[in-house]
Design a protein around this ligand. Structure first.
Ligand SMILES: C[S@@+](CC[C@H](N)C(=O)[O-])C[C@H]1O[C@@H](n2cnc3c(N)ncnc32)[C@H](O)[C@@H]1O
Length: 219
C-alpha cells in the first residue's frame, strides 16, 4: 500500500533524529524533540499547509488538537490569539510544546493539556478557531509514534466530528489537514454527516501526494 510505504518512510526519517533540532515554519524557530512529529520533513506538507492557512485573529480563543511540537499553537499565539489550548495524547509532544511555548515566551497564552481529543477540556469551553492535524491513514498503530500517522478504524476522526460542535461558537471555524493518503470520501462524509459544511478546500501537490486543508463551519 502506497500510504503505508510513505508513512513508514516518514517514521524512519523522524526516528533517525536522536537529539532535538530546530526547523523554521512561518518565520518561527520550532524545536522538534525526538519522538515528536516534525513539521518540516519530506512528508510533513500537512503541517506547512495548515500553518499557511492559519488565520487566527487578535483576541481569539484557539484550540489546537494533536499539537505535536506545538507549531500551530505558537503561530496562533504569535498572530495575537488571547488564549490557545494545545492537546496531544503523546507525553513527548506535551513536553515539546511546553519547551517551545517557554522559548517563545508564550506561557501566558498557551495552555498545554495531555489527553485524547477533547477529553482535557472543561465543559463549556468554546473556541473561535479549532485547528486539527490528526493522523489520516486508517491502519493499525502498534507503537506510540505510529499515532502520528495512523488512525485505526478512523476512530479519532469519527469522535472528533461527532463532538466538535460542543466546543464551537456560532461563528467558529475549523481548519483541518488531510491528504489523499487517507480516504478523502470518508473524511468529507464525516463533515456533512455531522451537520458541518466545507467552506473552503485548499490543496497542494507535493511528493506525489495531494495535501489538503479544509475550512469547516457549522452547517
Ligand atoms: C500529524 S501530527 C500533527 C502535529 C502538529 N499539529 C503539526 O501540525 O505539526 C498528529 C499529532 O496528533 C497526535 N494525536 C494522534 N491521535 C490523537 C488523539 N486521539 N488525541 C490527541 N492527539 C492525538 C499525535 O500524537 C501527533 O502529535
Amino acid at each position: 500500500m502506497r500510504e503505508v510505504a510513505l508513512t513508514n518512510r516518514l517514521l524512519q526519517y523522524s526516528l533517525g533524529f536522536r537529539a532535538q533540532y530546530v526547523v523554521e515554519v512561518s518565520g518561527l524557530n520550532i524545536t522538534v524533540f525526538p519522538g515528536v512529529f516534525p513539521p518540516v520533513s519530506p512528508f510533513s506538507y500537512d503541517s506547512l499547509l495548515l500553518a499557511e492557512a492559519n488565520d487566527a485573529q487578535p483576541g481569539e480563543a484557539v484550540l489546537d488538537i494533536g499539537t505535536g511540537t506545538g507549531v500551530q499553537a505558537i503561530i496562533s499565539a504569535k498572530k495575537g490569539a488571547s488564549k490557545v489550548v494545545a492537546t496531544d495524547i503523546s507525553q513527548q509532544a506535551i513536553e515539546n510544546v511546553g519547551y517551545n511555548t517557554t522559548k517563545h515566551n508564550l506561557a501566558r497564552i498557551i495552555n498545554v493539556r495531555k489527553g485524547n481529543l477533547f477529553d482535557p477540556l472543561e465543559k463549556g469551553e468554546r473556541f473561535d478557531l479549532i485547528l486539527a492535524n490528526l493522523p489520516f491513514v486508517d491502519h493499525p498503530a502498534d507503537r506510540v509514534h505510529e499515532h502520528w500517522v495512523y488512525d485505526p478504524g478512523y476512530h479519532s476522526h469519527r469522535e472528533f466530528f461527532s463532538k466538535v460542535k460542543e466546543y464551537m461558537k456560532i461563528e467558529s471555524r475549523i481548519l483541518m489537514a488531510f491528504a489523499d493518503l487517507g480516504d478523502v470520501g470518508f473524511f468529507e462524509d464525516q463533515i456533512t454527516r455531522n451537520h458541518l459544511r466545507i467552506d473552503q478546500k485548499i490543496s497542494d501537490e507535493k511528493v506525489g501526494i495531494t495535501w489538503l486543508v479544509y475550512k469547516i463551519v457549522g452547517g
